[in-house]
Design a protein around this ligand. Structure first.
Ligand SMILES: *Cc1c(COP(=O)(O)O)cnc(C)c1O
Length: 344
């Protein structure tokens, strides 16, 4: 078999949820948008529910349908994009809770699904989703009369603890929600780490569950092993790969492994990247191709059947750094071709 193996440790996922849960007095939810950050919502959802999560968040209603099928009745599934035209059947059928973002969404919701649960998303300064203060003032009494499940907002700079934006958004959120007897939520993974004043009633961690920064104490969840298809010696002066991007300065042992940018190993990581074997770093040489990557394995006495890209020796965020991006993007790009193995 030449497809790479993506191993997803559901025990580590559960452990990360419990660890984040211990960091606050609030209820801890779980964000499973984008197919649980690329790891598989049908497996990650039930594992998180088993760990104790009772509130889940997805980006769009279709993701909520997939999650409801995996979880069954019981847990609340809230939808960040709110109530979009055409969503009413999905929202009712899968018992989803839209997080209403605007007056228009509020009107659509009460017209199409009167009495159906909803939460409210407020814009505390990020200017991405949610009602702004003026809109909220105008709508607030009408919305509150229908008992929303949640008032929430999202922090723009929570991964930078000293950024003044954090306190600004906290103040704005407190101004918009103070004195209202409805559960409140502001913190994602970064916000949990900012401290108790950011926790309110419910936290919404995503990336930390999956082993990513800014949760530095996360247990790694993902391992990616890529099979070696072929090995060769390249003499000094010979080149490797497209564009002759690598030219050997001395005899180099080159392994060609079976994954490339079509599997989410983005081309931009290029020759900065390394694979590992038993902790030994092995530099990528030449360009990343669609299905193949060439690796300098001269340091190994014997070439193994597969090289590791992500795992105990190299985190998702380290790999992201090679490509000048963030762990979130590497996780959500993990390819559909991988043979997925779930450890329970
Ligand atoms: C993605 C997202 C989260 C989770 O964020 P992480 O940084 O992955 O923990 C929480 N809330 C909202 C609104 C989001 O869009």
């Amino acid at each position: 078999m030449s497809t790479a193996t993506l191993t997803i440790d559901l025990t580590a996922l559960s452990a990360n949820w419990r660890a984040l849960n211990r960091l606050s007095e609030a209820e801890t939810g779980a964000v499973v948008k984008a197919d649980a950050y690329g790891l598989g919502i049908d497996k990650a959802g039930p594992a998180l529910a088993g760990a104790g999560a009772r509130q889940f968040f997805v980006a769009v209603a279709e993701e909520g349908l997939a999650l409801r099928r995996a979880l069954g009745e019981g847990p609340r599934i809230s939808v960040f994009s709110g109530h979009m035209p055409g969503d009413a059947d999905l929202i009712r059928g899968s018992n989803l809770t839209p997080l209403i973002n605007s007056v228009d969404q509020m009107l659509l919701h009460v017209e199409t699904l009167p009495g159906h649960p909803f939460g409210v998303q407020l814009d505390s300064g990020m200017n991405r989703l949610g009602m702004e203060p003026a809109e909220w003032s105008a709508l607030r009494d009408i919305a509150l009369a229908q008992r929303p499940t949640l008032l929430m907002s999202h922090l723009a700079c929570a991964d930078e603890p000293n950024h003044p934006m954090n306190a600004q958004q906290l103040n704005r959120f407190n101004e918009m929600t103070g004195g209202i007897d409805v559960p409140r939520s502001l913190a994602a993974t970064g916000g949990i780490l900012l401290g108790a004043e950011y926790h309110f009633d419910l936290t919404r961690p995503g990336v930390g569950l999956y082993g990513g920064l800014p949760f530095v104490d996360a247990t790694p969840v993902v391992t990616l092993d890529v099979p070696v298809i072929q090995t060769r010696n390249v003499e000094a002066g010979e080149s490797v790969g497209y564009g002759n991007a690598f030219v050997a300065e001395c005899m180099t042992r080159v392994a060609t492994v079976a994954a490339g940018y079509a599997d989410g190993l983005i081309r931009a990581m290029g020759a900065q990247a390394c694979f590992t074997h038993l902790g030994q770093k092995l530099p990528v040489i030449g360009r990343v191709s669609m299905d193949l990557i060439t690796v300098d394995v001269s340091a190994l006495p014997e070439v193994p059947e597969a090289l590791e890209l992500i795992g105990q020796h190299q985190s998702v965020d380290t790999v992201a750094g090679y490509a000048g991006t963030i762990g979130y993007e590497i996780l959500t790009s993990l390819g559909a071709r991988y043979d997925r193995v779930y450890l329970t």
